[in-house]
Write a protein that binds this ligand. Sequence first.
Ligand SMILES: [Fe+2]
Length: 287
Amino acid sequence: MKLLKRIPKPLLITAAALLITFAVYVIHGNGNVGVTELSISSDKLPKSFDGYRIAHISDLHCAKFGKNNQKLLDMLEGIAPDIIVITGDLIDTRYDDEAVGIDFAKSAAVIAPTYFVSGNHEIDNDDFDSIAAKLQSVGVTVLRGESVRLYKSDEYITLVGIDDARVITGKEANQKARDVIEAELEKLPPVGEEYTILLAHRPDMIELYANKSYDLVFSGHAHGGQFRLPFIGGLYAPGQGLFPEYTEGIHTVGNTNLVISRGLGNASFPFRINNNPEIVALTLKCE
Ligand SMILES: [Fe+2]
């Protein structure tokens, strides 16, 4: 208190005003969800899929945007998707509140066919089998090393999804997680002639997805790098550390395009800076 008394009053008032402005900016930014429009072209896509719309949701972490997540659902309606994909961390292991994620997925599935793969927060939950069963029962297709065909007229593309790796800590954690993901991919049928999309939570495994020749991959997990610095990008992401490369947008390795969502909610670190939550809306185009 003595120290505070020594600081000139105008300086104290300025510091308090700056602190309040920063808090308002952070709170507003964390609730200010937006739609990011992206497009990808391929000569492998059947003609019927020209203009096919995919809404991509990731890392909700049981967050709420409006009552019953109505704000997100209205935005999904506005995207007019052919399908919705959810790439994990819909729930959060720290909260006993899985209903928020499941209710949201149930409402999403009314808008368009919805497909889900686990993130670390689901696969690390001992109840994941029952969570997956609940998602299935509300009309969401849970892909656990499975593939489905998506039809448009009488043409189709393939959608596959893998479980995430359970959280591994300690020495060589990243390599161990990589081995798990590689083994999950190994269980899937090889990519054939048809355009094939993979749902996989972790973007930093892009080389593994490219090795398998997936045409398109959707991931999340990086939360946009949590704080986004001007001219630099994300500050930190799990599995990638400081100044991560894979935090948002489209990245291409070989013939594989990876779409990364910055996601919607937060995990252990409770807020984002300069990194508003997003829903990705991807349009496929025939070349
Ligand atoms: Fe997450």
